[in-house]
Design a protein around this ligand. Structure first.
Ligand SMILES: O=P(O)(O)OC[C@H]1O[C@H](O[C@H]2O[C@H](CO)[C@@H](O)[C@H](O)[C@H]2O)[C@H](O)[C@@H](O)[C@@H]1O
Ligand SMILES: O=c1ccn([C@@H]2O[C@H](COP(=O)(O)OP(=O)(O)O)[C@@H](O)[C@H]2O)c(=O)[nH]1
Length: 527
């Protein structure tokens, strides 16, 4: 809820002077928010039409898809980058969601976003599928931009409010924010994997990142294994005690004031500590919303039209991915190409539709990937296509939800072959869209979704023969078995939706908050 009452108090915290309070949604006096989400990207994209008129459109992408319904329900504020360089945009109201843009310069986009976030952390956390680059000037930019986000959150949060920080681009924000505003309850959710210590330990700034994250009260991960890897890294680097999901982080007395009877508990070694929870909260989708979309007559008609435009093949296989090396698109194409070459599949019967939406196009590894994938698609189509039949319909575009739902309905087999993926919402969307209890999901065991979607055909994408067998099994599966598997998959996806995900995370945050000593805004000493 928006909260104007706290504005009369002027908190004293470092950086306070440079932070301006925001105009209230009603145009009145400044206002703050009890609940704030902070993420690298805003949930809206700026669109400028031919006449120069500016509007905002909900952007695609996993995080936005997941959090947008939660935010609209909460009437909170969302802090993030508007997606272009040097945009100084005033906060504004967008359909019941208060949007607070944080500007990034060209140089920061290159160093903080494309560099440290997507060419250091992203490959490192995805098991070094591509080699991470380590550059000290990228790190400096990452620190500076994280500080800007933390300051924006500190300025917008009401007394004792809750701030939920999202993802690997902002791992330093929890600690920075706690230093600015010890009164806040802070959550962090990591949408991508957290690697094993042997890989994580490569990072030159491995201690700073963990310290940054430990500023949160609850740190959420997609999988049990990710949370375990994080706790192990904490033990190895800091020697803090962990008990199940609880990590005992020694209190920095300079930052905390205890104003209730609930004094900090002493650890075995006698030092006072605060408890940080690190555990898995697998993200989900707006399952009912997706199902309702897929049941719309115009979407059903569009699915039929897609099949017709493809020549009504017996089997349509579908891949939907950002064009990212983590998604295993090349491995999938290799398996499909070999099945065609061996005559186990024929282009007259089977078509593969591959949506490869543009992503991070200025990062060299992504440019190289695009060249490789498009060369492979061209080769397979050249080798196996006929005048009337194309083996692979390759689409280098981003599509709206409506078209995604129609594609899911049209596809007999969904291929999710990620080499490593935090969750993979596409897998869940496919299941939610199949209200007809049909369709087969082939799913990599290295996607987070694999922990929950147990009735999918599981594959190890590195095992090309195994993937080929699973594809053939999917193509030839009986309707009865398809129905059995899909019903079980749907039970999980329809029950455990994005509302359950956010509720379970926020409930945990509330629980930790209730057990913690109360901290007053602006306090700097411990009583
Ligand atoms: O913002 P971009 O650089 O264009 O990238 C898009 C998003 O990609 C990542 O998605 C992850 O989160 C999904 C939802 O939890 C999850 O299903 C998927 O497995 C992850 O890869 C990234 O984490 C987001 O921050 C990006 O916005
Ligand atoms: O053309 C496209 C391709 C993808 N998506 C959406 O982008 C998200 C991708 O999320 P996922 O978790 O699968 O992977 P990420 O891209 O976040 O790594 C899903 O909601 C897709 O429906 C979309 O709206 N249009």
């Amino acid at each position: 809820m928006r909260n104007a009452a706290s504005l009369n108090s002027e908190p004293e915290y470092p950086g306070r002077a440079i932070i301006t309070r925001y105009s209230a949604p009603d145009g009145g006096s400044a206002s703050t928010f009890d609940f704030i989400v902070v993420s690298n990207r805003l949930p809206v994209d700026r669109v400028v039409d031919a006449d120069g008129a500016e509007s905002w459109r909900t952007s695609p992408g996993g995080l936005v898809t997941a959090l947008e319904p939660v935010m609209r329900g909460a009437d909170g504020a969302w802090i993030g980058w508007a997606g272009s360089a040097d945009l100084e945009i005033e906060p504004f109201d967008n359909d019941d969601m208060w949007i607070i843009p944080v500007p990034l310069s060209e140089d920061e986009i290159a160093r903080y976003y494309e560099g440290f976030s997507n060419d250091t952390i992203w490959p490192l956390y995805h098991d070094v599928i591509a080699p991470p680059s380590y550059h000290r000037e990228w790190w400096d930019s990452y620190v500076a931009v994280n500080r800007r986000f933390a300051e924006a959150a500190a300025a917008a949060a009401s007394d004792g409010g809750t701030v939920w920080v999202q993802d690997y681009q902002l791992q330093l924000v929890p600690k920075m924010l706690r230093e600015l505003r010890p009164d806040l309850t802070i959550g962090f959710f990591n949408h991508i994997p957290f690697p094993a210590y042997g890989i994580y330990s490569q990072l030159p700034w491995r201690r700073q990142i963990i310290e940054g994250l430990l500023g949160a009260d609850v740190i959420g991960f997609q999988r049990v294994a990710d949370a375990g890897n994080f706790s192990r890294a904490v033990r190895r680097l800091f020697g803090y005690e962990t008990k199940g999901a609880a990590i005992q982080v020694p209190l920095d007395a300079a930052l905390v004031s205890v104003t209730t009877d609930a004094a900090p508990v002493a650890s075995k070694r006698g030092a006072p500590y605060r408890t940080v929870i690190a555990r898995h909260f697998p993200i989900s989708i707006d399952s009912k919303g997706y199902q309702a979309l897929a049941q719309r007559p115009d979407i059903i008609a569009r699915a039929k039209q897609i099949r017709e435009e493809l020549g009504n093949p017996e089997t349509i296989m579908l891949g939907v991915d950002r064009l990212d090396y983590t998604k295993g698109i090349g491995h999938r194409l290799k398996a499909f190409g070999e099945l065609l070459a061996q005559g186990k599949l024929a282009v007259e019967d089977v078509t593969l539709v591959q949506v490869a939406s543009p992503s991070r196009e200025r990062v060299e590894t992504y440019r190289q990937l695009r060249d490789d994938i498009e060369q492979t698609v061209g080769r397979i189509n050249g080798d196996f296509g006929t005048i009337g039949h194309t083996a692979i319909q390759y689409l280098h575009h981003g599509y709206p939800r409506e078209e995604m739902a129609a594609l899911y309905l049209a596809a007999d087999v969904m291929l999710v072959t990620a080499l490593r993926d935090g969750m993979n919402l596409v897998a869940k969307e496919y299941v939610a869209a199949r209200y007809d209890n049909d369709g087969v999901l082939v799913l990599s065991e290295f996607a987070g979704a694999s922990d929950e979607l147990k009735q999918a055909l599981k594959i190890n994408p590195h095992d090309i023969e195994g993937m080929k067998s699973a594809i053939l099994q999917a193509v030839h599966m009986t309707k009865a078995e398809r129905g059995r598997r899909m019903r079980a998959l749907r039970k999980r996806v329809m029950e455990y939706d994005v509302a359950r995900w956010s509720a379970s995370f926020l409930d945990e945050l509330q629980r930790v908050r209730d057990q913690s000593p109360t901290i007053e805004q602006g306090s700097t000493t411990q009583s």
